[in-house]
Each structure stands twice: as structure tokens, then as C-alpha cells.
Write a protein of this length. Structure first.
Length: 268
């Protein structure tokens, strides 16, 4: 069976490009303006490179590995045993009971978590492991960046400029007025982006934790990721990630069990 990935819309392509820009921007500013200035490259650089590589690889997988698995040619014409009928126009036919219709993709998604506008795809059975590793990596890199930013602020800023440093719009205005340097403006933007990434990743981590271990999503009306409410935590990890679930964090090239079984056709 082949997964048919729908074409990305223009807004989704813009969101994907902007997200990659933010990743590259914050990483470059961190390495060349913050960590090098602190003289702590030997501490932060290895952690930064490993974590950002894991984040980028899993983000790219979330973009391409879609959970919408039904094209018009593959739709069954009769009701399958144990399946249900979906009444929507592009999805009329028999679909698994653990799927939910996505109005953005206009197709049913197995174990749908949510439609992610930053990846332009639905997060479901096929790419949920990648999304969970992505969120974990985002949290880790946000902690690394925030820690180095704090060290930089308290060693290079005076009490009078401390608050202004974390207000990026003010810094941008001051740059155009000639009060601060361009590098100082970039560092201020990086501080704000890192803080927002840290806050967002904490919320998403809690959502995925509740979804994975309690079948109670925090942010969306997601489908349960587990087929049983009586599984232990280790059994839930195996059901979503496979028996070698730890390899998702140690090996960024590791594929999910669902992706290995069905293969992927890329369309963009």
C-alpha cells in the first residue's frame, strides 16, 4: 500500500519555509553571536548540533510522511467488516473505525492527533512518532538556547538594559534609530524566539504526554493513540513507536513501524 501525500497549499509552503528560516536563524545567532562570545562553544556547540540535527530531520519527516492514506483509486466500494462509513465527498466509503476526517486535508486520518499548519500535514498514525521526537527536540534546543541567552544577558547587559533586551520590537526600533548594533538586535530577536519556543514546547509536551499515556489529549479532540486503556506505559510506547522506541531519540534516521510497512509517495 502506498501513502498518497496531498499537495501542500501556498500558505503551508510559506509556513514550512518560515519555520526552517527560524530554525536556521536562531542556530546561526546562537553559535556565532552568543555561544562564541561567551567562550563556551566547547560546551554548547556539540549539544546544539546534535539536538538541532534531530529536530530538523524529524521536522522534515513530519512534513513528508503524511497520515492521509486514502486516494480515490484506493477507496473501497463496499463496507468492510469492522470499518465505518465516512459521508464526506472526498472520503465516501469504508474507513477504519480509529480514523477521523480532517477538513483541511479533506480525507480521513488514522489515529488523527491534529492538522499541523507548520508541517502542512495531519499528525496521525504514520508520523506521530516523528512529531513526538520533534517536540522533545524542540524543548531540548529551547532549553539550550535559553540557558546560553541567560548567561549572555547577565554577563553582557546592565540592569537598565536587561528588560529592553528581551523586547525585540524595541530593539529593532533602537537599531534603526542607531542606538544599538545589528548584532545586538539579532540577539534580542533570538532571545524572544527561544522563550516562545520553550513555552510552546512545554504545552505540546504535556499534550502528547496526556495523549500517549492517558488517551486524554490536552489541546485537541484527538483520536486515542492506543487500542486499549489497560496497557502499561512501556506497552503504549511500543504500540506507537515499535519495540525499538528508544532508537527514535538515538538515531534520527530511524523509521516508524507504520512507515516501513506502507511506504511513501511524495507529492508537493
Amino acid at each position: 500500500m502506498v501513502v498518497v501525500v496531498r499537495q501542500k497549499t501556498t500558505s503551508e509552503k510559506i509556513a514550512i519555509s518560515f519555520t526552517f528560516f527560524l530554525i536556521v536563524f536562531t542556530t546561526v545567532v546562537q553559535i556565532f553571536l552568543v555561544q562564541r562570545e561567551l567562550g563556551l562553544l566547547w560546551v554548547f556547540l556539540p549539544l546544539t548540533l546534535v539536538t538541532i540535527s534531530t529536530l530538523i530531520i524529524n521536522y522534515w519527516k513530519c512534513v513528508w510522511v503524511d497520515s492521509t492514506t486514502y486516494s480515490i483509486a484506493e477507496k473501497p466500494t463496499v463496507q468492510k467488516d469492522g470499518w465505518r462509513y465516512c459521508p464526506y465527498a472526498n472520503c465516501t466509503g469504508s474507513v477504519p473505525v480509529n480514523s477521523r476526517h480532517c477538513h483541511q486535508c479533506d480525507v480521513c486520518v488514522i489515529q488523527r492527533d491534529h492538522h499541523c499548519h507548520f508541517t502542512g500535514s495531519c499528525i496521525g498514525q504514520n508520523n506521530l512518532p516523528y512529531f513526538m521526537v520533534l517536540i522533545t527536540s524542540l524543548f531540548a534546543i529551547a532549553v539550550i538556547y535559553s540557558l546560553s541567552n541567560l548567561i549572555y544577558i547577565f554577563t553582557h547587559e546592565t540592569p537598565g538594559t536587561l528588560v529592553v533586551t528581551i523586547i525585540a520590537p524595541v530593539q529593532v526600533l533602537w537599531y534603526f534609530l542607531g542606538y544599538v548594533t545589528f548584532s545586538h538586535c539579532l540577539i534580542s530577536l533570538n532571545v524572544v524566539i527561544s522563550m516562545l519556543a520553550l513555552a510552546g514546547s512545554i504545552v505540546l509536551l504535556y499534550h502528547e504526554y496526556m495523549l500517549l499515556f492517558h488517551n486524554k489529549p490536552y489541546l485537541t479532540k484527538s483520536m486515542p493513540v492506543s487500542s486499549s486503556v489497560n496497557l502499561s506505559r512501556s506497552e503504549r510506547l511500543i504500540e506507537v513507536f515499535g519495540k525499538k522506541w528508544h532508537r527514535f531519540y538515538l538515531d534520527p534516521t530511524h523509521q516508524s513501524p507504520q512507515q516501513r510497512q506502507i511506504g511513501v509517495t511524495k507529492i508537493m
